[in-house]
Write a protein that binds this ligand. Structure first.
Ligand code: HEC
Length: 310
């Protein structure tokens, strides 16, 4: 600290001021950078969360609609027809509705899956990551939702996952033993997959994924823009303060020290000029008075030595 002060003593006024200004400047940029990244990160997370939340609620409504309104209409046909009607199955309708949404280019990076450990339709098979989510729900039955980020090749996604359990005895007809299931189901899906489920067992996780990279990139761009504009104004401030210091203080001090230098070598012709009434002006006026006194004293000395000579 002491050696720092010693070094500071040797620096000129402008350099000292700039050191202080640049330290403040860096502190402002650093703290606002941290603050902005927390605030914008939080709001980006809110945006993706809201999108994902709305979509998972919608998908649950599609499921409810299918099981309450479509299934009762079509279920009797499952017993008689050779062709299985997947439209009776909530998992199928939710997936199909979502695929319709995904066919629009702006939603193609959104995903919906009823990720299942032992699925009837193999497109619902949980991958390694999804299997862990289902297992977490199995371990903690009180857990109603898991949210988080996942890195996929090409993009990051934000997901909301909710447990899916075998809530009704009626589910077991098609998901316990193949012999109980409608023949048309076996003909379409085979007798290997989607059986052996237990009542109240958590068999899957309903997972909605929304792209997060675009939202987070936009937040990062906004952060850079704000920091950029802030830096510009801070640099402008440093520049203007320097200009002001030069015009009002350092230039005048330099001129005055040149005059003082000449006065000290006996050349009393110069004048300490300064028009403003500020501290520098007062100093110039005092120096001028001192110069006049010096002039009078020297004249007196001169005339004394002249009379001595006579
Ligand atoms: C009439 C037979 C039938 C009944 C009853 C039934 N399901 Fe299914 N379930 C299926 C079929 C067939 C599929 C595959 C649909 C598809 O192609 O996506 C399926 C798919 C699912 C899926 C998606 C994962 C997978 O296995 O592909 C879940 C989850 C599911 N059913 C849960 C239930 C629950 C919970 C109930 C009871 C409320 C139930 N099912 C009742 C036949 C049935």
């Amino acid at each position: 600290m002491l050696s720092f002060l010693k070094i500071a003593e040797k620096l000129n006024l402008g350099t000292k001021l700039n050191l202080v200004l640049i330290s403040i400047f860096l502190m402002v940029i650093l703290s606002s950078g941290i603050f902005l990244s927390i605030i914008l990160g939080k709001s980006a997370e809110d945006v993706v969360n809201q999108k994902a939340f709305l979509l998972i609620e919608t998908m649950s409504s599609v499921r409810d609609y299918t099981s309450n309104q479509i299934n009762p209409e079509l279920a009797p046909r499952l017993e008689t027809e050779d062709q299985f009607l997947p439209q009776t199955i909530p998992a199928y309708s939710a997936r199909e509705v979502f695929e319709g949404l995904r066919s629009k280019p702006e939603y193609q990076d959104f995903f919906y899956k009823e990720a299942t450990l032992n699925p009837t339709n193999l497109r619902d098979k949980a991958d390694e990551f999804e299997t862990k989510i289902v297992e977490n729900f199995r371990k903690q039955p009180s857990l109603k939702q898991i949210t988080g980020f996942r890195s996929l090749p090409g993009s990051d996604i934000y997901y909301i996952a909710r447990p899916l359990a075998v809530t009704k005895e009626s589910c077991l007809r098609c998901h316990s033993a193949p012999a109980l299931a409608p023949r048309s189901q076996i003909a379409t899906y085979g007798d290997k997959n989607g059986f052996g489920w237990q009542l109240n067992e958590i068999i899957a996780a309903q997972i909605i994924s929304v792209p997060a990279s675009t939202v987070f990139n936009a937040a990062r761009q906004l952060q850079f823009l704000v920091i950029g504009v802030l830096s510009f104004f801070l640099l402008l401030t440093v520049f203007l303060i320097n200009l002001f210091l030069k015009k009002t203080v350092t230039n005048h001090l330099k001129k005055m020290s040149q005059v003082a230098q000449r006065v000290s070598t006996g050349d009393l012709s110069g004048e300490f000029k300064h028009s403003a009434q500020d501290e520098i002006g007062i100093l110039a006026a005092s120096l001028n008075r001192m110069k006049v006194s010096l002039e009078i004293a020297m004249n007196m000395l001169d005339s004394e030595s002249d009379s001595e000579k006579i």
